[in-house]
Design a protein around this ligand. Structure first.
Ligand code: SF4
Ligand code: SF4
Length: 192
């Protein structure tokens, strides 16, 4: 039987300092109670739990954090922020990490969740609100999901679901605009 030697991690605090300076969120206050993770509604889809992300930041594991799916899966519901006994804005931290990953071009290639965010925001920027049919078409084309669905026949299931939503008036055929389209565009351009 082979004996595995535990990997030694030498903490590098420069990443923690950078995160705290740029995000203005005191990540170092985390004492690993896991209240954030226990309240998070989407941990089932994460590769690392929110408390683990905090620990990785403490240890300086920048690439692991910026490449993980968790930051993109986070739904910004703020449950974790509300539950944290140390008042750490974990939801804000997740947003900051998303922005950093995009700025540095890390973990976004072939990342379908990132692509969904991109297509969603581009749609909102164009017409002030999302048009679900257009959004899904663009997402399917850009990620190759459409081709995959054609090959494995799962498009039939999607079509059935879409038709059901159409008949119940839950999926508009044509996009609807909003009054202050320009204002929404201006806001999104400032944060893009
Ligand atoms: S709830 Fe706050 S202190 Fe507890 S693990 Fe999460 S971030 Fe850390
Ligand atoms: S903000 Fe994100 S990490 Fe926090 S509880 Fe909601 S989904 Fe989970």
């Amino acid at each position: 039987m082979s004996v595995q030697t535990p990997q030694t991690i030498v903490p590098d605090y420069s990443f923690l300092k950078k995160v705290e300076f740029e995000s203005k969120i005191k990540a170092s206050a985390c004492f690993q109670c896991r209240k954030c993770t226990n309240g998070c509604p989407v941990t089932f889809a994460m590769d690392f739990y929110p408390d683990q992300i905090l620990r990785f930041i403490h240890l300086g594991l920048r690439d692991l954090v910026l490449n993980c799916a968790t930051i993109w899966v986070c739904a910004s519901c703020e449950t974790c922020t509300t539950r944290c006994p140390n008042e750490i804005d974990i939801a804000g931290l997740m947003d900051y990490l998303k922005e950093s990953a995009e700025k540095e071009g890390i973990g976004i290639k072939d990342n379908k969740t990132y692509m969904f965010h991109r297509v969603f925001l581009d749609d909102v920027k164009k017409r002030g609100r999302v048009h679900e049919l257009r959004l899904m078409n663009e997402y399917m084309l850009k990620t190759g999901e459409g081709v995959k669905k054609l090959k494995d026949d799962s498009w039939k299931q999607d079509l059935k679901l879409g038709l059901g939503m159409l008949t119940k008036g839950r999926l508009p055929l044509l996009p609807k605009g909003i009054k202050n389209k320009k204002e929404v565009k201006r806001i999104l351009e400032n944060i893009d």
